[in-house]
Design a protein around this ligand. Structure first.
Ligand code: CA
Length: 413
């Protein structure tokens, strides 16, 4: 069960990001758009529906709910196309952050925090999650409730369940959605969201709704869909608390690294006490002392020529919302900006473009052929590929920052 990201972020970022992490369960192989031949039909959807009704009844959905929610289903080829093509979109972290944490996202966020000051104070007191962090997720997921999605959730999940690619996952979400309707929290017409089934102010999937949604305004319904954000924001705080949010600790912060720093240590796999990092010459970019937030890792999301961050356990909690490093950094940095913090100081290697899906696969293939096992060719730049890049860089006298750039690929060619 996880919560999904919507808006313009249906894209795979160049570094550390998979389309799966922005969308559904990890481990799915994502076919290329060209592999897609049979895209389905209305008749096919209706035939699928006959079998689905029996499975839904067996799972505890009533015939009345099914009759009410599943009439007028319309096959939507556009959704299948979106689902197929996600992995084709790529963005570098700096392009992503330019949009995700622009002034257009910071200014309305500061206003929203003021407008809902009382609500945020109560949520912070109840769940122990800083209001700026909850607001940052709200800002990224729906631009503070402005873009909650207008796709009918039942129709979207039915189409995606009928489609064979990730049928089991979506059918589970569809049954969860039908049970929400059966529970009386929302009408089928009001249950709207993204094309992939994420709903409301902070884009909960139906399964996450059952696990984590709360009725914060006390009207007896867990309403994450309506104009009032109270239930959705409290549900998000509840989600973060469940996964171990530690109030008063930073998610991370921008740091400077000393000359001669051992870049082999710049990975989430290396965790050290803050004092050890300080002894190695790691300093806050903003000056002063490093905050003591327990074990920390150094992250270079744009390689050695980009910004460096020291990240703490709260970083892993935000990952529960979305595993993409870029997403987590965007949430964390936006929360800092909403608190009045400064922009990221370091530059980025903006002349480098993102690798395409084919290039990411080629990189993995070539690394493995060269004796640096990327542990699979899936076009996803995860910890194994980063480790292989690092090993290749070390063996070739380069800074081992693990950044899967075009430069690395060209050198491997
Ligand atoms: Ca409520």
């Amino acid at each position: 069960m996880r919560v999904f990201l919507v808006l313009a972020m249906i894209l795979a970022l160049a570094q550390n990001v998979s389309a799966q992490s922005l969308n559904t369960s990890e481990g799915d192989a994502l076919p290329q758009g060209d592999d897609w031949v049979d895209q389905g039909s209305q008749a096919g959807l209706e035939a699928w529906l006959t079998g689905f009704r029996d499975r839904a009844l067996a799972a505890g959905v009533t015939a009345q709910t099914l009759d009410q929610a599943l009439r007028d289903l319309r096959f939507d080829a556009d959704l299948i196309k979106k689902d197929r093509n996600q992995s084709e979109f790529t963005k570098t972290i700096w392009d992503y952050l330019d949009t995700a944490v622009s002034d257009d996202r910071v200014v309305p966020g500061v206003k929203a925090l003021k407008r809902h000051a009382d609500l945020f104070a109560r949520i912070e007191a109840e769940y122990g999650v800083e209001r700026e962090v909850v607001a940052a997720i709200w800002g990224l997921e729906s631009a503070y409730g402005t873009f909650r999605g207008k796709v009918a959730t039942i129709n979207a999940l039915s189409t995606l369940s009928y489609d064979a690619r990730r049928a089991a996952f979506f059918e589970g979400q569809l049954i969860a959605a039908l049970k929400i309707i059966q529970n009386g929290d929302v009408t089928p017409a009001a249950m709207q969201g993204s094309w992939a089934g994420a709903m409301g102010h902070t884009q909960f999937m139906p399964g996450s709704w059952w696990e984590f949604a709360v009725d914060f305004d006390g009207d007896g319904k867990r309403n994450i869909w309506g104009d009032d954000p109270a239930d959705a924001l409290a549900s998000t705080a509840n989600y973060l608390r469940h996964w171990g949010w530690t109030k008063g600790q930073p998610w991370g912060l921008e740091i400077s690294l000393p000359t001669g720093f051992d870049y082999d240590q710049t990975t989430e796999r290396v965790r050290k006490p803050v004092a050890d990092w300080a002894a190695l010459g790691v300093r806050p970019m903003a000056g002063g002392e490093l905050p003591d937030g327990g074990l920390a890792s150094v992250l270079l999301p744009g390689g050695a020529r980009g910004a460096a961050f020291l990240i703490f356990s709260n970083f892993q909690v935000i990952e529960r919302y979305n595993t993409a490093d870029a997403y987590v950094i965007a949430v964390g940095h936006l929360s800092d900006r909403l608190r009045g913090g400064p922009p990221i100081k370091a530059g980025w290697p903006r002349e480098l473009r993102a690798l395409t899906q084919d290039e990411r696969k080629e990189l993995q293939t070539r690394l493995t052929q060269a004796g640096f096992d990327a542990k699979g060719v899936d076009g996803r730049i995860g910890p194994n590929t980063i480790a292989a890049v690092k090993a290749w860089q070390k063996a070739n006298g380069r800074i081992p920052d693990g950044y899967a750039s075009l430069e690395v690929l060209e050198a491997l060619r």
